[in-house]
Design a binder for this molecule. Sequence first.
Ligand code: GTP
Ligand code: SPV
Ligand code: MN
Length: 582
Amino acid sequence: MTTNRALNDWIDEIARLTKPDRVVWCDGSENENRTLIEQMIADGTLIELNPQRYPNCYLHRSDPRDVARTEQSTFICTPKREDAGPTNNWMSPEETRRKVGPLFDGIMRGRTMYVVPYLMGPPGSPFSSVGVEVTDSPYVVANMRIMTRMGTVALEHLGASGEFVKGLHALGDLDPARRYICHFPEERLIWSINSGYGGNALLGKKCHALRIASAQARDEGWMAEHMMIVGIEDPSGNVTYIAGAFPSACGKTNLAMLVPPPSQKGFKVWTVGDDIAWLRFGPDGRLWAVNPETGFFGVAPGTSEKTNPNAMAALSRNSIFTNVALTPEGTPWWEGMSPPPPTATDWQGQPWTPSSGRKAAHPNARYTAPARQCPSISPHWEDPQGVPISAIIFGGRRARLAPLVYQSFNWQHGVFIGASMASETTAAATGKVGVVRRDPMAMIPFCGYNMADYFRHWLEMGAGRDKMPMIFHVNWFRTDEDGNFLWPGFGENLRVLRWIIDRVNGRAAAVETPIGFVPAPDSLDLTGLNISTETMNKLLFIDREAWREEARSVAEFFNRFEDRLPAELWEEHRQLLARLGG
Ligand code: GTP
Ligand code: SPV
Ligand code: MN
């Protein structure tokens, strides 16, 4: 309960609509969490893992129809279709109320309605924003407790203010055909029904911190981005912060937690955030960033002691695992974690052996782990003013075309690079995997308004400012003819981050190409890395004909925005073609 009138009124209204048997206000306490977990163990929603090996850890198995974000059921509900833009599904607020509203009528009958106040961003920070998620899923409550500052702290932050993001979530029957994730940016309201999974149901994350926040940020002159934030400390103790936008399952978490290889003596890496960044100008005119979350909802497959020991430490206790396999010892397992166990129970609860011919964990299996448990967590990760950003990197999965790293010529060209980004689709959303699609700034699924206006906002953020971060593009996923990755990735990515930092400080040498600056031979530190000159040449090769083809495809994409696309981006496109010689 609270004394906040606006909040009480809204909760009453939702309870009248959804008709739960009970209403429980969540305070975020240890006791409350314990009770919820025990209840979920009793009803089979959670399976307790081996308490010696994984203390206070639990496994949840989703309905097989509900294992990833569903972009086809995600809507931006602005009065005018043009305000959602050509890359979002649109429904008018009236139609949404007419069509989706009735689905909530009585949906919580026989169930408990949890009221979850949460704070995105550090307490006392000008960046921070309160939301209230109403849900009938105790699994959502337990996850929100890890991912956000939940309960009393949020109500205290809210005080008597009526300014909070409203999120209504109901599990329903999980029928994908009647699944709706609806956003009303003008009312700061979210409706989610018939899914219990991640980005569809933990409304503080993609729905609030990206879709609603991006629209708010446009109005108020800041940015809400699908970015990790990492600090690189050099041997003399200087820390440079970098923000990076890569599409879902394309390496943000791993980059934010990277472990320097042995040859990179004296470097330390500090994790500030792994998925979302809110950026604002500081009094010094620089761009500062906070991570609004308090946990990691990370991709499990591929995560191991070798690839990401920091994540492995973070998820070793007080964590929830979704759609991973279970070993006979009661420990979680997924592809790439360690050699396969001789027998296991797969993510759907079926007996599994390595010769079963199918995956034990779902490719989008995830862990929910508290950020404070990450050994590389930055001492500044909860600083109310954030950390100052020196470079922004865009990246994606491109088997071909995009070189290991290149630098933009200036802010406007950097925005063009972000706006023309593409990446192969992954299991983070339902649909075909491995198809190249445009994913500007890794925000195609998460921008709460017309992306043409979003590009305009990016351009305006940098206009007339001389302390903007430099913009780079990276690609860890280029492959050879046989489909093997050319670049070792993971910890070795530090070598590329060091080149980026050296460029920011005017130290590293570069070669100008039609697409931007690439490392001059020998300007990337490759000591201790067994990689041939031939492979490096392949990684940095710019195939002009392929880039001309790419430019044609970018033009097709830009044309979808018609007159609304900022002319500056067409100008950059024209200049790129001119540099490519056609
Ligand atoms: P979301 O949480 O979906 O937004 O994803 P993310 O961008 O945080 O992706 P994450 O770091 O979890 O990586 C996704 C997958 O890519 C995992 O299976 C990783 O093991 C793999 N991966 C990450 N970094 C690298 C890399 O440098 N090279 C290669 N080859 N794979 C990588
Ligand atoms: C993503 O898909 O980018 C995620 C996972 O970070 S989810 O929260 O499900 O959106
Ligand atoms: Mn993400």
